[in-house]
Design a protein around this ligand. Sequence first.
Ligand code: GLU
Length: 479
Amino acid sequence: MEIVTRFAPSPTGYIHIGNVRSAIYPYLLARQNHGKMILRIEDTDRERYVEGATELIEDTLEWLGLNWDEGPIVGGPNAPYFQSERKEIYHAWARKLIESGRAYADPTPPEKVNQYREECNKKKIPFLYRNFRPDTTTEWEPGMPLRFKAEPKDYEWVDEVMGEMHTGPEVLDDIILIKKDGFPTYNFAHIVDDYEMGVTHVMRGVEYLSSTPNYLAIYEALEIPRPKLVSLPHILAPQGNKKLGKRDGAKSVTEYREDGVLAEAMLNYLACLGWNDGTEQEIYSKEELIERFSLSRIQNSGARYDETKLLWLNGQWLRKIFNEQGPRALYERTLGFWPKAAEAYSEDYRIKVLSIIYDRLKTLSDLREMTGYFFADPTINTEMLLNNKFLKKNSKSEIEEMLKVVISRLNKIDDWTSEKLQDALNELLEQTGKKPAELFSLIRISLSFAPFSPALNLTLGVLGRETSLARLNAVARAI
Ligand code: GLU
């Protein structure tokens, strides 16, 4: 049997961490089994629909390398893949339920439904619409909600992650299948589509678990087989006490991407958020994930979101790409993340800068803050220099004197290489009798006026003789 999975997002604009994870697992399962992954856009909730959101979803999946075999752009035998374009299909299935007496047009006005709900709330009993099912119903016509006629009974099923499930009749209700606007509800549409599209594994957030008995009832009433059901655990806030929400510090996937989190790191992090292969391994490429993934190792308890871990992984991936694919490969990933002033410099120069700084980056956008002084002379800030914790015991003239010694020694270097520069720096330590922290802070700050720079000989090497000496001289004059 060919494995067919699907990712079925709603185009509501914002792509949170959990949405993307719901795409990763179906992708991995399909690829591992040489099956198929379908992308289906669930856009029947017209009130929540956001223009451009579908493109954002497609673009995000492409960025992560999660290609789909059927769906928007690529097409396929089950087109259309937008639910809003499949109305007739849902209506045809709905008619089947009407004919078999398992669905009814509901003329009850919404105010009346609310009144029933309030009555139950007052009496502190659960609100089940089937207890208020109208005695007489009219012929169903568009503009009138169509409801399922539930038959209260027990259900037992196996969820691939949550295990054996059992529910009683109290969870079954006359849920709406087709809304007043003629569009189906999620509850109905996904069942029809999963069946029509041949989906074998429905993988989605565990929030749908409580509605599953109602879905099982619909499968039965439609006389169609149910697919395997796979509930993915909640992603919890960093404190672990509740579901991750917008306010818990997690950015949208788009924001992380714009910050310069690499697709590899994002994929790696999210795949391991709620799944592990039982080893201590932390870095996984997409290929390794495809190989190692298994449904049985998806955890059934919530997975705690940890941004620090994501950024750590990003750092690991930056190094991995640099070391395995080379500086140019990493450079190509940095386009758009450099400070504006860098545009005037050659690629070769930027690659040199990247090569000495990449292992300090958390995200690519750190380049903007961390590399400015490689592309423009920094503003001299004598306060920063004089108040530096290693330098503050020196008077201005002592600082000036130290700078002069440094300049004179560096001037003598014939070959401006990082090795020769390191030799010169070592000699300067001996010559001045200063501690490395003191002497090197002086040089580092004078060159960059930044809180951080890579190893001094490397920084000097990349900046070049002329720029380095000009900056040291300028500081000596300004002191
Ligand atoms: N459209 C639903 C959502 O975005 C998908 C749930 C499912 O995968 O079935 O939450």
